[in-house]
Design a protein around this ligand. Structure first.
Ligand code: DON
Length: 327
């Protein structure tokens, strides 16, 4: 039973299976690779996983297939920067205003403060990574990986071939980092910051890991599988707020309107969704729309929200999966 939704496990898993069947034939979109022939990615990989705040796990399709976390990492790196520096200082470095721009749009900072607009676009994300504390590059990376471990429940690793190819192909990110330093919004070596940013993006996870990360945010920062506090609870709402308003880039407004729970996408094909107090949702399917969001991922989240009344502004009374009135 998912108590908050009044739904039985059998009925819920059947719904997930139905969505998987419904959207598998949707063969559109482009796959992201930083370098041709680096890896073989099957456009039909399609996994869904839901983890509830009391630790129930629902999996469908290719939920065990490893993929790159990519931009979904920006949410978690933001949490680490908040833990290191506190809300006021972090806000003085990176604002929380949606841009409506593409994730890698070239530098756009506030006129007077020179702050990047938000931590979900690359400009803000690179400035945030620059804030991650540590005695040197290895220590900073270890802190980042340990942060992921708390959310996921086991150690995760950087995919070296991806990292190397992203380092070579990342002219736009280099340009962003140089301009940020010019504005005084990052300090220290550009290469060190970019390396750490690309390392945080090149971590390998699967749908189950991502859903546990979502469930941890849904559960006030406590990993429901391990009981470990992954992030100081008061910062969870900061992460969810920027996910809600900026997590889907130039699709963020439509996402909030149609789906209505905080989410973040990555060009690896993953989408993480958080229904606060209820569950984390992860969908993985590599083909992306022109904004870099997983096409099947969006469909699954839209449909889950519609069927189960998951929009956060929808009245709790309608969150009743036993009443198939939404179908
Ligand atoms: O910064 C980049 O170019 C990538 N490594 C991450 C991009 C990403 O996932 C954007 N999200 N949709």
């Amino acid at each position: 039973m998912i108590a908050q939704l009044h739904v039985s496990p059998t009925s819920f898993i059947n719904d997930l299976r139905e969505l998987h069947r419904q959207y598998l034939p949707l063969r559109q979109g482009k796959i992201y690779v930083s370098e041709p022939d680096l890896v073989e990615i099957n456009p039909d990989w399609f996994g869904i996983c839901v983890v509830t705040v009391d630790g129930q796990v629902y999996t469908v399709g290719d939920w065990e297939q490893p993929f790159l976390i990519q931009s979904i990492s920006k949410v978690f790196a933001y949490g680490l920067a908040l833990s290191d520096w506190g809300r006021d200082y972090v806000l003085s470095r990176v604002d929380v205003e949606p841009t409506g721009d593409a994730y890698n749009s070239l530098i756009k900072v506030e006129e007077n403060s020179k702050r990047p607009y938000n931590p979900m676009v690359n400009t803000g994300a690179i400035a945030i990574t620059n804030l991650i504390e540590g005695k040197g590059p290895a220590h900073r990376l270890n802190r980042l990986l340990d942060m992921y471990r708390r959310y996921v429940g086991h150690r995760v690793f950087v995919d070296t071939p991806t990292l190397v190819s992203e380092q070579t192909a990342g002219d736009r990110n280099w340009a962003i980092a140089y301009l940020l330093r010019n504005f005084g919004m990052i300090s220290g070596g550009i290469k060190q910051t970019l390396d750490l940013y690309l390392q945080q993006c090149s971590v390998i996870i699967n749908c189950h890991d991502l859903a546990v990360m979502g469930a941890t945010l849904a559960n006030n920062g406590v990993n429901p599988m391990t009981g470990e506090q992954a992030i100081h609870s008061p910062y969870v709402k900061d992460l969810l707020s920027v996910m809600f308003t900026c997590g889907m880039y130039d699709f963020a407004g439509e996402w909030v309107y149609k789906v209505g729970f905080p989410a973040k996408s990555g060009v690896g094909g993953g989408i993480i969704g958080v229904v606060p107090g209820v569950m984390g949702i992860a969908v993985f399917s590599p083909p992306l729309d022109k904004r870099g969001n997983s096409i099947r991922g969006i469909k699954v989240c839209e449909e889950l929200s519609r069927r189960f009344g998951l929009h956060i502004f929808e009245q709790t009374a309608s969150k009743n999966l036993d009443k198939p009135t939404h179908k």
